[in-house]
Design a protein around this ligand. Structure first.
Ligand code: MG
Length: 311
């Protein structure tokens, strides 16, 4: 019997925490990552080697990553966000072996976010992806605003797929379509998958990064699953939005995703109780209650009918 397996790519430590305004200690970040790995998560985007001025919360990346890697659970991948060659050199010095680069489907967004057009960002990533490939690193590339842009509106699937194809041509192993401002709906997921397959992108090289800003996160995951995609991003505790995208809050919560996948019968290797432990830990660090659905309700045992892993 074949097992239908889903990859859950955890973005909490990086995308989730990056714009938190109160300082979070490196110790607490290390502990958060440790609990995520203990929950069974095997891909944990850990930090970002952007400038400390741009993202003060992740200014401790050079110290954090070696600490995380020294206590690393077996088989866990710790990708880091790298914006340019300078960031790549820092990541390399800190021991990274997996990275993610970050552009978008629309010039209006990349201009505000990283001060470049999409084409300029692709040119900037070329040497980064080439160096990473030469060292055998795992390489992911984000296509943000793949569903809608806060500055230019609805994004046609073909436009996002053009950028994805360019990133794969530059040596990315996986592309991740991001619903940066949380406006996407399932028909758009279908259109993105269809347009990707039409350009010969294999389904196992596609991941989705949904936001639950308007409550469509899990509906979009379901559409992705039905279209044959098996890679989804999520943030434990539901932290993180996008400061360059007005009104955008709410990464899809890992606990909500795990509950859905468990109910649907997909194999993923992640313990809901473990994720809730990590979610409650980070909520405590941030000093606010968990706002996620499953974080509040707990899981559910279909044998006994009782709620599980409640606060
Ligand atoms: Mg996000």
């Amino acid at each position: 019997m074949t097992v239908d397996r889903v990859r859950i790519y955890e973005v909490g430590p990086r995308d989730g925490l990056q714009h938190e305004s109160l300082p979070i200690s490196t110790d607490d970040k290390v502990e958060f990552v440790k609990r995520l790995a203990a929950a069974g998560l095997r891909e944990i985007e850990t930090t970002s080697f952007v400038s400390a001025r741009a993202i003060p919360q992740l200014a401790d990346a050079d110290e954090l990553l070696p600490r995380v890697l020294s206590g690393q659970a077996t088989g866990v991948r710790h990708p880091v966000l790298v914006p340019n060659l300078r960031g790549f050199e820092r990541a390399k010095a800190a021991g990274a072996t997996a990275l993610a680069v970050f552009t978008a489907a629309t010039d209006a967004f990349t201009r505000r976010n990283i001060g470049m057009t999409v084409a300029e960002s692709l040119a900037a990533f070329r040497p980064v992806l080439a160096e990473a490939a030469a060292l055998g690193w795992w390489r992911r590339a984000y296509v943000s605003t793949a569903f809608g842009c806060p500055f230019s509106g609805c994004v046609p699937a073909a436009k996002a797929v053009d950028v994805a194809v360019a990133l794969l041509d530059l040596g990315a192993e996986e592309v991740c379509y991001g619903d940066t401002i949380g406006v996407g709906v399932p028909s758009q997921v279908d259109a993105l998958v269809e347009a990707s397959l039409a350009r010969a992108i294999a389904p196992d090289r596609i991941a989705f990064h949904f936001h639950d800003t308007r409550g469509t996160g899990l509906a979009n995951v379901t559409a992705g699953l039905r279209a044959g995609i098996r890679g989804f991003d999520a943030s434990t505790g539901g932290t993180g939005g996008c400061p360059y995208a007005p009104g955008a809050s709410g990464n899809l919560a890992t606990e909500d995703l795990v509950y859905l996948l468990d109910g649907l019968g997909y194999e993923h290797g992640v313990s809901l109780a473990g994720v809730l432990d990590a979610a409650r830990f980070i909520a405590g660090v941030l000093g606010r209650p968990l706002a996620t659905k499953v974080g509040q309700a707990g899981g559910w045992d279909p044998d006994s009918g009782e709620a599980t892993a409640r606060p």
